[in-house]
Write a protein that binds this ligand. Structure first.
Ligand code: 3HC
Length: 293
């Protein structure tokens, strides 16, 4: 029988962390959401308020439900705030050392049976797990952007993840209204391993002036029925995140398909990070806006 998890922590309140906190709170869980400082927490809170506010505008939630959802999220700036959590989901930037430090700290703060999950999209869950004294309780729980909308959760098991932990996390994913797939610990798991070669190729078409950004995106939306074209999707994912994922997969596989197209790094260096900075392949009406100007 899977354990019914009710007290959950989220570390990192960027696009993914805030989205994950929203998903958890919508499912009735009590969430403690932590980021490094007050400014980062304020940005995460704003993202959550905006996202749940949009659901109210669209008639998907009423104001009281939105308030109840937001009321289930407690914010903090210290990992110590997670001392009561039964599960912690980490969603900080894709840097192995940073994640290892956080897992090592959580291992000391949380009770021994707390499950420590990472939302990493391409780093090795195994390497993260061995920064703790409980690698059997460490697992990957990979959500997709926007987390409140996308139905998939990839559950990533290492060679030492305990079967009961896998069962608990699969059961939680279902309670969140998600569909879970369970895979081994290989860079990119299933979805990103297939998706990013395609995205990288689309960027290289654009870089080589083979076609305009609008035409590349229209071809995939209208010719292949995808909800959004690859360059618009790069902007949604974030150019920095996309670069880190491609780099990690390329380092692991040495498959040229994943060698990041040079313009991706140039855009990242120039701060053109996509929707979150207001400009990427397209320019947006505001931070985190979907509206192209
Ligand atoms: N946050 C919360 N909800 C959002 C949202 C956001 N950022 N963006 C859209 N939504 C909701 C809307 O409120 C709406 O909800 P409703 O149907 O309940 O009213 C619904 O999504 C549809 O939104 P819109 O009508 O505004 O827009 P679209 O129909 O164009 O859908 C989209 C927007 C859901 C983003 C759609 O274009 C899509 O599915 N795009 C592909 C996204 C994708 O491929 N994501 C995976 C990226 S890879 C990844 O995340 C892995 C990681 O490791 C990088």
């Amino acid at each position: 029988m899977a354990r019914e998890l009710t007290e959950v922590g989220v570390v990192g309140l960027g696009t993914m962390g805030a989205g994950i906190a929203e998903v958890l709170a919508r499912a009735g869980l009590s969430v403690t959401a932590v980021d490094v400082d007050e400014a980062a927490v304020a940005r995460g809170r704003e993202h959550l308020e905006h996202s749940s506010g949009r659901a109210v505008q669209r008639g998907k939630l009423d104001a009281a439900e939105r308030d109840a959802i937001l009321g289930r999220i407690r914010f903090g700036t210290s990992l110590e705030d997670l001392a009561q959590a039964e599960l912690v989901i980490e969603a900080v930037p894709e840097r192995l050392e940073l994640k290892r430090e956080i897992f090592s700290a959580l291992d000391k703060i949380c009770p021994p049976d707390t499950i420590l999950a990472t939302n990493t999209s391409s780093l090795s869950v195994t390497e993260i797990s061995v920064a703790t004294g409980r690698p059997g309780k460490v697992i990957g729980m990979h959500f997709f952007n926007p987390a409140p909308v996308m139905k998939l959760v990839e559950v990533v098991r290492t060679v030492v993840t305990e079967p009961s932990v896998i069962e608990d996390v699969e059961a939680l994913a279902e309670r969140l209204g998600k569909v879970d797939v369970t895979i081994g610990d290989k860079a990119g798991f299933i979805a990103n391993a297939l998706l990013f070669g395609y995205l990288n190729h689309a960027v290289s078409m654009y870089e080589n002036r083979y076609a305009s950004r609008e035409d590349i995106d229209a071809a995939m939306r209208l010719g292949c029925g995808l909800p959004m074209g690859p360059l618009a999707l790069m902007d949604l994912i974030g150019i920095d995140t996309a670069y880190e994922i491609l780099e990690t997969m390329y380092r692991q596989s040495r498959d040229r398909l994943h060698a990041p197209t040079p313009i991706i790094k140039q855009m990242m260096t120039a701060g053109l990070l996509g929707r979150k900075s207001g400009r990427g392949f397209y320019t947006y009406a505001g931070r985190d806006s979907a509206e192209v100007v």
